[in-house]
Design a protein around this ligand. Structure first.
Ligand SMILES: [Zn+2]
Length: 435
């Protein structure tokens, strides 16, 4: 029997209880999830990098089962997979699509004892955080350009002593809410939906142990973005590089003609790097070369570099720039040995997604229908979705409603998060209709 009709026959206090159970909002879920510390750790060698990510994963297993999902599995690496089966009439099919969010929060800022603050009917202006009044979410165009779009919204912040963790617990709350929605409204038809919650995204390892075969989706979406309607199908292509200069150390008292100070050559190399191709001088689609770590002694100096370009061929040009600089500096230091090594990191998922663009078109349509005014924004970084795309699961990214990720000034619009819920409902329906 239809559950809702059945509920109408039971006494009203139970009815209220049922309604509340079945209609928990994304906000109510999010408030519960952010209180669980799930910070990941880049220095850990274990999988997951921190055991505490299981605390949230286990809670989600229970909640999915309580909602009525039978097919739920949490593996020993803290990857949670679940399937909401299709409720289409027999004989009708739709492709299985997936929604993915990550369990962990950034190592940059603590996520322990998060005390969320709700601001109802925001009317503009700076937001001073009560636990540390030196931390202010400024209502200005450079720091928080999207605050002006949130007049009248319900906002969520921290008390200023932690991050919020809306990245990416808003994504989890949005996905759990649509599962609840479909199970509470069996009349709404949908195809099969895969759900995955993954650990260690913030330390770049979220895709490492993802079982694409088990997930068995034709197309998936990470719900790990910021404000509506930013949607993402492009990431940088990325390499890493190391320049090593080797010299010879000797007591400075009798160093004449014998000491070879490796740092001198490295300083010249660094000085020649293009300053108009640096992260601090570029944005939008501009590429950069970023020297980000230096270790130096007389005997040996190491400089680590990041290479980033949306155009993968551009990475070869960046390599050539560094090779030319080294070729210029080397003759001035004939006894210093200079070596340069490149490592491949990740590639722009746009090239791969272009092979299968319909899931992008459907997303754009779903976001338009939700009133989000969608636009494609290139991500100046990488995502787990980019790696999953190259592992065979096309995976663009959708907004979850937050801003200022990884910081104590992180904030989220509950209205924007709800728009993400609507977008996922539309998207699921469009996949069912258009296949
Ligand atoms: Zn995230």
């Amino acid at each position: 029997m239809n559950k809702r009709r059945w509920v109408a026959f039971v006494p009203s206090f139970i009815n209220i209880f049922f309604e509340r159970q079945m209609k928990e909002t994304a906000l109510e879920r999010l408030l519960r999830y952010v209180k669980i510390d799930t910070q990941s750790d880049p220095h850990s060698e274990t999988v997951p990098t921190t055991k505490k990510q299981f605390n949230l994963a286990n809670m989600l297993v229970d909640e999915l089962k309580d909602l009525g999902i039978k097919d739920v599995e949490l593996d020993d690496k803290c990857y949670l997979y679940a399937t909401l089966p299709s409720n289409l009439p027999e004989g009708e099919t739709a492709p299985k699509i997936g929604y993915i969010a990550h369990l962990d929060t950034s190592p940059d800022t603590t996520g322990k004892d998060v005390k969320p603050q709700i601001i109802e009917n925001y009317q503009g202006g700076d937001i001073v955080l009560p636990g540390d009044t030196s931390i202010v979410i400024k209502d200005d165009k450079i720091e928080n350009p999207r605050l002006k779009d949130c007049i009248g919204h319900t906002l969520l912040t921290t008390d200023g002593t932690t991050l919020l963790g809306g990245d990416d617990k808003a994504g989890i709350a949005v996905i759990m809410t649509i599962v609840d929605y479909y199970l509470s409204n069996p009349d709404v038809k949908h195809g099969p939906i895969g759900i995955a919650f993954t650990p260690d995204e913030e330390v770049g390892r979220g895709a490492d142990h993802f079982d694409v075969e088990k997930f068995a989706c034709e197309y998936a979406y990470t719900v790990d973005g910021e404000m509506p309607g930013e949607i993402n199908k492009e990431t940088f292509s990325a390499n890493g590089g190391t320049i090593t200069a080797s010299g010879r150390d000797i007591h400075p008292g009798f160093a004449k003609d014998r000491m070879i100070n490796s740092m001198r050559a490295m300083a010249d190399i660094m000085a020649l790097m293009p300053k108009d191709m640096a992260p601090e001088t570029t944005d939008g689609r501009d590429p950069y070369i970023h020297p980000h770590k230096f270790d130096g002694t007389v005997a040996e100096s190491k400089l680590e570099l990041l290479f980033r370009d949306f155009d993968t061929d551009g990475l070869d040009k960046q390599k050539k720039i560094i090779e030319d600089i080294i070729a210029k500096v080397q003759p001035n230091y004939p006894t210093t040995k200079i070596e340069f090594e490149i490592k491949e990191y990740y590639r722009n998922m746009a090239d791969k997604l272009a092979e299968n663009p319909k899931g992008l078109d459907y997303l754009f349509e779903a976001a338009t229908e939700a009133g989000a005014n969608p636009y494609w924004n290139p991500i100046r970084g990488g995502t787990d979705g980019a790696r999953l795309t190259f592992m065979g699961l096309p995976c663009p990214n959708i907004y979850g409603g937050g801003q200022n990720f990884h910081a104590k000034t992180e904030w989220l619009s509950v209205d924007a998060m709800n728009m993400s819920v609507e977008t996922l409902k539309n998207l699921t329906r469009i996949w069912m209709e258009k296949k």
